[in-house]
Design a protein around this ligand. Structure first.
Ligand code: SF4
Length: 460
């Protein structure tokens, strides 16, 4: 369990009254269910840490909890369908235990759909917009100031995960045609530098080794703050936090990836050589329809500058296939770009209609919509090509010794990541969690590497 913004919640917990009666185990349990991106996962982790700070314990199943929170995602229709399915299940729970409090949280909750949801989803007691952890916390029915209780598992205050995601910015000011996030998460808000450094310091002091800074356009962080600091300044400020071993950030936008940031990542030893830079399409016409704000050539040049500064960098990207207006020759541009750049990994999505977006309007016009089977054909074609490229790129690690930050155990092996974020598995009798293992790679594949333990690096 995470241990994130503890001090504010500890202060909040101390304001709470002692309960007037003994609460039942169900009254003291929460159930949080999360769909979506790292930002949602991070928000849910922060909420869980806060709930545990006010006397709650996690429940395995919704019927064991009095407080149920579904953290939702709207990026794709399938994510919304999963949430709707879960809400359907909760109807039975609510019927049998009417005092259960249900909160629908996250990107599905936007100003435009709130009144419809209130009518259509009577199982939900409260709707809370994305990232408002404190608003959800305030809805917990039975908070108490009781940090230790032998009868229930309590927050693990001393051992956060090895790798923790920290949001540094909320919302997005772009208006990519396909994306619903600005409609749901609102305008960009950067968290102040000192607040982020303080939070990272506390998380690392409690044992985390790796921090990943999160934002919808993480490289635009700071432009709305006094003095307009940049992500490069924040990386420098965090880099010196004692005990920090690795530093990453997600997700960048090509329009905001400036040379100062590239040089800073190249220079700072704790900044890992891995950059996720979504291109979305390899065709200028489609990029224009998508309103991405760059051309293929500009993107190509940017990759060239990043690779020149960091020859061993891992480049990953996001691509949408079957965007409204994408014809076969446009998709061929994406295949050509993928084959030219040879990314380490591509997150590929078939375009999904999102209400209220510019692309959503286009999709309703059969002249622009790509038929669903054709979208899937393109997705599979790009996936197959990328699998081959990932296999070849990872094969370069064979017989090399890599440094692996071990995150934990998986199926009897230690699981960790290289600086380039490649997943590595190895066996050993000792506990390696949170340590830097040197692993000699003996087997490679498209998705992971395997090897033998060759030593340990003790961070300075
Ligand atoms: S940059 Fe574009 S894709 Fe990313 S969150 Fe903002 S609008 Fe959506």
């Amino acid at each position: 369990m995470n241990d994130l913004t503890l001090l504010p919640f500890e202060a909040f917990a101390q304001t709470l009254p002692k309960p007037s009666r003994d609460l039942t185990p169900r009254e003291r349990r929460y159930y949080v269910w999360t769909v979506g991106c790292q930002m949602n996962i991070s928000d849910s982790e922060r909420l869980e840490a806060a709930l545990q700070g006010v006397g709650y314990a996690p429940a395995e199943r919704p019927e064991e909890a009095s407080f149920i929170v579904l953290n939702s995602c709207s990026v794709r229709a399938s994510a919304e369908e999963r949430i709707m399915g879960k809400l359907g299940e909760l109807q039975r729970v609510k019927r049998e235990q009417p005092d259960t409090r249900v909160v629908l949280w996250g990107c599905m909750v936007g100003p435009n759909n709130l009144s419809i949801f209130k009518q259509k989803l009577p199982v939900v007691d409260h709707f809370v917009s994305p990232s408002a952890v404190d608003e959800v916390l305030a809805l917990a029915p039975n908070p108490i100031y009781q940090l230790e209780d032998p009868a229930l598992p309590v927050a693990d205050w001393t051992h956060p995960p090895v790798s923790v995601h920290v949001p540094i910015q909320y919302g997005c000011n772009m208006s990519c045609a396909f994306c619903v996030i600005p409609l749901r998460r609102g305008r960009e808000r950067s968290r102040p530098l000192a607040e982020i450094v303080d939070e990272v310091t506390r998380i690392v002091a409690r044992g985390a080794k790796e921090i990943t800074l999160l934002g919808q356009i993480v490289d635009s962080w700071g432009h709305d703050l006094p003095g307009r600091p940049g992500l490069a300044d924040l990386l420098r400020a965090i880099h010196d936090v004692p005990g920090l071993v690795r530093l990453r950030f997600l997700t960048s936008h090509p329009a905001w990836m400036v040379d100062k940031l590239i040089q800073t990542v190249a220079e700072l030893p704790k900044c890992m050589p891995e950059i996720n830079l979504p291109v979305q399409s390899g065709d200028d016409g489609i990029l224009k329809i998508m309103r991405r704000g760059y051309t293929v050539q500009r993107y190509r040049d940017l990759i060239g500058r990043i690779r020149a500064a960091m020859p061993h960098v891992a480049m990953t990207t996001d691509v949408i296939v079957g965007h409204p207006g994408e014809q076969r020759q446009h998709f061929q541009g994406t295949l050509d770009l993928a084959s030219e750049i040879r990314f380490d990994k591509i997150h590929i999505a078939a375009y999904s209609w999102r209400p209220g977006t510019r692309a959503g309007e286009m999709e309703e016009n059969p002249e622009f919509a790509v038929p669903e089977p054709e979208k899937q054909i393109r997705r599979i074609e790009l996936e197959r090509m990328q699998e081959q490229i990932s296999t070849e790129r990872n094969a370069a690690y064979l017989d090399q010794t890599v440094e692996v930050l071990v995150e934990g155990e998986s199926k009897g092996k230690w699981r960790g990541r290289t600086p380039q974020n490649k997943l590595v598995f190895f066996s050993d009798a000792e506990n390696w969690t949170g340590r830097l293992a040197l692993v000699h790679i003996t087997k490679t594949g498209a998705w992971s590497l395997q090897g033998q333990l060759a030593g340990e690096r003790i961070p300075a």
